[in-house]
Design a protein around this ligand. Structure first.
Ligand SMILES: C[S@@+](CC[C@H](N)C(=O)[O-])C[C@H]1O[C@@H](n2cnc3c(N)ncnc32)[C@H](O)[C@@H]1O
Length: 245
């Protein structure tokens, strides 16, 4: 893949492809330079002013370095299952001298028992369509456990939407992903939202992004505190009527 090649939509990137330079731990994913400011603009509204932001599937680590520089009140925890990505994230953090980025953790979204118990927000950029569906299931299940009431789960990437045909660029991208791995491909936003609802998130807030991508934000539903006896013994339950968006 070359920067001179015409781009009709989102482009895939996985560690180990030709963005790696010889003798260099940092990976370079050119798409991050094109999308990072549009994503940051949305994150400025979505993220709290302070707290811990966990990123799942940090990839090269270029996004988290950019966000950490722009949002110094937050502490960022990068993660990825790939050893090559972990080395790249650490190298980018070192290179930029970022005090608010923690050492990267090895996290496979599919697995349970993530080495993080609590976060104030979770980001996952360009993973849902470039990993088996079980990774999205695990991401949302674990996010539901880790986030507190109102905490945002932010997803970015191209999705299928009910009643809309895929744009030609996304259709071609989807076909190329499926060719690379039959378990990959653009996901139905409805199906992602159903997982989120089951994990006690509210409805999706969707923001249209450049190059036919979406920002999708789910917030953890508030827990309704119930006075002793009013619920027949259950002291807390999820307030299903309370929607943040
Ligand atoms: C296309 S890259 C996106 C990287 C980065 N977020 C970006 O936008 O440049 C996909 C990333 O998903 C990661 N990934 C794949 N399967 C995963 C899984 N099961 N759990 C967590 N991350 C996964 C890959 O290692 C890779 O870093």
């Amino acid at each position: 893949m070359s920067e001179n090649k015409p781009r009709t939509g989102p482009q895939p990137w996985t560690p180990g492809d030709e963005w790696k330079q010889p003798g260099e731990a940092r990976l370079f994913a050119p798409a991050t330079l094109r999308n990072r400011d549009a994503i940051l603009a949305v994150l400025r509204d979505v993220l709290p002013a302070q707290g811990l932001v966990l990123e799942v599937a940090s990839g090269s680590g270029e996004h988290i370095a950019h966000f950490a520089l722009a949002l110094p009140g937050l502490t960022f925890q990068p993660s990825d299952p790939s050893a090559e990505a972990l080395a790249s994230i650490a190298a980018w953090t070192r290179d930029q001298g970022l005090p608010n980025v923690l050492p990267p953790l090895r996290i496979d979204a599919m697995a349970d028992g993530w080495p993080v118990d609590r976060a104030d927000a979770i980001l996952c950029i360009n993973m849902v369509h470039i990993a088996p569906w079980a990774a999205t299931e695990g991401l949302i299940r674990n996010a539901g456990r880790i986030l507190r009431e109102g905490g945002p789960l932010y997803l970015y990437g191209p999705f299928r939407r009910p009643g809309r045909e895929l744009e030609p660029g996304n259709a071609a991208f989807d076909a190329s992903l499926r060719e690379r791995d039959a378990k990959w491909g653009l996901r139905e936003l409805d199906e992602v939202e159903a997982l989120a609802k089951a994990a006690e998130f509210g409805a999706a807030q969707v923001v249209e992004m450049p190059a036919n991508n979406l920002s999708v934000v789910f917030r953890k539903r508030p827990i309704l505190r119930v006075a002793d006896g009013a619920d027949g013994g259950d002291r807390t339950r999820t307030a299903f009527r309370a929607e943040r968006f």
